[in-house]
Design a protein around this ligand. Sequence first.
Ligand SMILES: [Zn+2]
Length: 430
Amino acid sequence: MFDLLITNATLPDGRTGIDIAVRDGRIAAVEAGITAEAGQAIDAGGLLVSPPFVDPHFHMDATLSLGLPRMNVSGTLLEGIALWGELRPTLTKEALIERAVRYCDLAVSKGLMAVRSHVDVSDPRLVTAEALLEVREIVAPYLDLQLVAFPQDGYYREPGIVDALSRALDMGVEVVGGIPHFERTMEDGTRSVEALCRIAADRGLMVDMHCDETDDPLSRHVETLAAQTVRFGLQGRVAGSHLTSMHSMDNYYVSKLLPLMAEARMAAIPNPLINMMLQGRHDTYPKRRGLTRIPQMMEMGIPVGLGQDCVMDPWYSMGTGDLLDVAHMAVHATQMGSIADKRALFDAVTVNSAEIMGLERYGLAVGCHADMVILHCADTAEAIRLRPARLKVIRRGKVVAETAPQVSRIMLDGRPDHVTPADYAPRDAV
Ligand SMILES: [Zn+2]
């Protein structure tokens, strides 16, 4: 007897007609033709069943603050940082918690159940860290929140931040962040990477730095981060977020840099929506896209997880909490249009990011947490094309969100009376 039985699922790896049985919040069987009784049965009807979406790069302390205290007029990263600097002294713990928890409602409705959020530690009051640590507890039953101590204004720019970052880690923030390209000089950036990797090594923590979020082809912090990863024995525990400078770098230099990243087993976390929005701002035409080299990284075996970065905050007025929006943008911006490419990008918003975050018991295998999403589409390529309704979102074997399938009524003579986007899946594409 199982608690839940999902029948006739298509899995992200392409297997079809699969049943998934759940007992005590864990996946107990994944195979065709399970006949045992279950407390609840859900017929997936051949649709895609995926493990939850995972967002490996987010700012939950800033989310839903759009318009506070004013809008970003230039739309640039630097005005965003300045605007956040205006807002920060007015933040209260209560307001931070309210916005973050409200955002998590939206996230869960989209099947997003794990988020790595940077927490700004530039204000020594650390009200942001206090609030998000509390949010981590509040949302734990339905969303895994991992926190990164992030010195938004630079680790060495202002006195007090070195101490504040260390206090945030003492409080229970679990990943070391950084922003070397925003330090005053390249040399300060280099020193910050070294100091922050040393902290991670001493404390046994992971590292995730905003690294070279710039169009400057001569920025060299990715190289430094890879080198310090090896030096401190942090292989497999370090991620570089954004890495947009690599878009503009000389190809010869990149042919040296990618193997350095692979050697350090460093992960990459590009954020296609925000990178397309913020990079290339000083260009006229031709205008650079500013997205890092995702296909080349994947070819080298560098783990790539895609993040949202922002939803309705000083940097980005858009965003829906849907990681399929991120994958959809990535298909266009990287020109990764084949079926294999789309499956790779689907992995980049699910399994790759789970691995980067070190999530345990994640996936659709026996013994994993019974966390999954039934999407109103045929497969992973269709998921990215349609960004369809999440018909059921399941956490530990219980349905925690439902969305009705999208069906439009049409009133056209001689034509069917309704249209369902999912019915347009290509029949013969391989
Ligand atoms: Zn960020």
